[in-house]
Write a protein that binds this ligand. Structure first.
Ligand SMILES: NC(=O)c1ccc[n+]([C@@H]2O[C@H](COP(=O)([O-])OP(=O)(O)OC[C@H]3O[C@@H](n4cnc5c(N)ncnc54)[C@H](O)[C@@H]3O)[C@@H](O)[C@H]2O)c1
Length: 241
């Protein structure tokens, strides 16, 4: 039996996770934590085997600090961390196994690798990432959009700089070393990401659309099974696909 602590249990993802794992015989949701009982971290008697975090960047650190103090593996699904927070998470992964992905969908990670391959094959190309999400999303651009750009950059000697809110930029696109980001928010869109490769006289466009949160939950389940068997370090979906 895998005993789980869920941080962010009352949110959209937390609720979906709670429902989904009712049908997984070896998963036991031992602790459900959200804003109103976040002080529970101070009084946990029996340590969970793993923590899964679908909350907010500030509250992720409640779970993360508890995980480091008690040497418990953690899956961080929350997005919107600052550079400094990202660095702290990396530092903490020297003490415990941490799985962190801005998008736990298997499909989007394959999609992200295809975007990197296309970038390498095309020269003199303007790259634009357009992401669409539901009206309550707190961060922008989405963590997934940045993850896709980081994956492109990692495969291209980090030559791209990021132009956020590109739809508001009124200057010329200066060089072929920029990735532009544009965000659209509305209704209940689960998540859509388009990467446009725009060349003189032709455009290649690839799009991933999420129709249900289950794709993230299925990824979270795989990530939990993976991380509980790892030594210390920082892991991502690329370690699973
Ligand atoms: N990695 C992925 O695949 C993936 C997929 C979907 C969403 N997300 C990310 O997961 C996070 C949660 O998404 P959501 O759609 O459920 O958001 P949400 O706003 O519906 O839920 C966030 C929850 O965190 C809770 N929270 C606030 N302060 C807290 C505290 N101090 N302690 C514990 N909980 C606290 C809120 O009360 C809320 O219930 C977001 O950052 C989102 O971008 C990641």
């Amino acid at each position: 039996m895998i005993n789980i602590l869920l941080n962010g249990s009352k949110g959209k993802m937390g609720k979906a996770f709670t429902e989904y794992i009712k049908n997984i015989p070896d998963f036991n949701l031992e602790y459900s934590i959200d804003k109103e009982n976040s002080n529970l971290f101070n009084s946990i008697f029996k340590k969970p085997d793993v923590i899964i975090d679908f909350s907010t960047p500030a509250s992720t650190f409640n779970g993360l600090n508890y995980a480091v103090e008690n040497l418990i593996p953690i899956v961080i699904a929350t997005t919107g961390f600052s550079k400094e927070e990202e660095n702290i998470i990396k530092e903490y992964s020297e003490a415990i196994p941490i799985f962190k992905s801005s998008n736990l969908s298997y499909g989007i990670n394959v999609f992200s690798n295809i975007a990197a391959i296309l970038t390498k094959k095309l020269d003199k190309v303007d790259i634009e990432i357009i992401e669409k999400h539901h009206r309550n999303k707190l961060d922008s651009p989405s963590g997934t959009a940045v993850m896709i750009a980081d994956n492109i950059n990692k495969n291209c000697q980090n030559k791209y700089k990021y132009i956020f809110e590109k739809n508001k930029v009124v200057d010329k696109t200066k060089d072929y070393n920029e990735i532009g980001f544009s965000s659209i928010r509305g209704g209940n869109i689960v998540g859509e990401h388009t990467v446009m490769f725009i060349k003189q006289d032709e455009i290649i466009e690839i799009t991933h659309k999420a129709y249900s949160r289950n794709i993230y939950i299925e990824g979270a389940i795989k990530a939990i099974r993976f991380i509980i068997n790892q030594k210390n370090g920082l892991f991502s979906m690329n370690d699973l696909i």
